[in-house]
Write a protein that binds this ligand. Structure first.
Ligand code: UTP
Length: 292
């Protein structure tokens, strides 16, 4: 029987250098996409997939992420006294149940693989999800829910994937692709972190959504630095291939990399154009800008 995915790891210890100076004093994950910080988009997506335990891998200067999911008694009382019911509801929607939020620190940003490894004792011996909050997915069904549905059928390890232009393979983890079955499920023969376009085995890239078996930690325990001098999650995942089922999943939706300026701006526009209260006005403003 497949064990249900109850825990999600959110690595949030990165420096966010691509979007400086915005991230000098506030974490990248607190930047907003429309009216919610990126981290709340990721946590809400995890909640929609039935996740019950939220594990943040944080670092110096990231405590505001912890506060965001707390109950802010003063704010709640003030909003209640002023009968600002809608605003109060928005604030309450960001609260997580007592005892469901866990924190560990990555003292030095040695890479995504190392960040996930820092959560090993909190994850324990069960399958878990990893969500990178700077990757935001606009979709009908939340991306992780699509993945847990596939996991319910296939079990094993699953990563969400999308096609990228060949010129950009050196920015992503790229799949060596085997057979593809119905429903967008792709067999993975190999994984390579940031290959140069001429060496990339495909243009199918991993996005920041993973379902992993706990055996990943066995490999992360001894994983040495790879591409960019960082301890890469991809390198340890590659070692699981052949020992456990490992699938790519072409999720339905659009991924935006909010860790860079173009992705961040585009995500905000895409979400605004989907918001029925503001879409019309935003569309008119964009049109006006394009005409200048
Ligand atoms: P990125 O590759 O976007 O790195 O990490 P970054 O440091 O956040 O940003 P740039 O590249 O300097 O602009 C993807 C995710 O992995 C986390 C980040 O916080 C982000 O959520 N991460 C990365 C860690 O937690 N620790 C690390 O050592 C590296």
């Amino acid at each position: 029987m497949k064990q249900r995915i109850r825990k999600a790891v959110f690595p949030v210890a990165g420096l966010g250098t691509r979007i400086l100076p915005a991230t000098k004093a506030i974490p990248k994950e607190m930047l907003p996409c429309l009216d919610k910080p990126l981290i709340q988009h990721a946590v809400d997506e995890a909640r929609a997939a039935g996740i019950e335990q939220f594990i943040f891998v944080t670092s110096k200067g990231k405590t505001v992420l912890e506060d965001h999911f707390d109950i802010n008694q003063d704010l709640n009382k003030t909003l209640e006294a002023k009968s600002k019911h809608k605003a109060l509801q928005l604030v309450k929607d960001s609260e997580l149940p007592a005892g469901s939020l866990f924190f560990t620190r990555q003292a030095v940003p040695l890479g995504l693989g190392h960040a996930v490894w820092c959560a090993r004792h909190l994850v324990g011996n069960e399958p878990f999800a990893v969500l990178l909050p700077d990757d935001i997915v606009l979709s009908e069904t939340p991306c992780l829910k699509q993945m847990t549905d596939v996991y319910g059928e296939l079990g094993g390890n699953i990563v969400s994937v999308m096609e990228v232009p060949r010129s950009q393979t050196n920015k992503y983890g790229i799949l060596d692709v085997g057979k593809e079955s119905q429903g967008g499920v792709v067999e993975i023969k190999g994984l390579i972190e940031k290959p140069e376009p001429e060496k990339a085995p495909s243009c199918l890239s991993i996005i920041g959504r993973y379902i992993l078996q706990p055996e990943i930690f066995t490999h992360l325990n001894t994983q040495s630095a790879g591409s960019g001098g960082e301890i890469q999650l991809t390198d340890s995942m590659a070692k699981l291939i052949g020992t456990q089922p490992f699938h790519g999943f072409r999720f339905k939706g659009t991924r935006y990399d909010c860790g860079d300026r173009i992705g961040f701006i585009t995500a905000n526009l895409a979400f605004a154009l989907r918001d029925e209260k503001i879409a019309e006005e935003v569309r008119a403003n964009v049109k006006e800008l394009l005409e200048i």
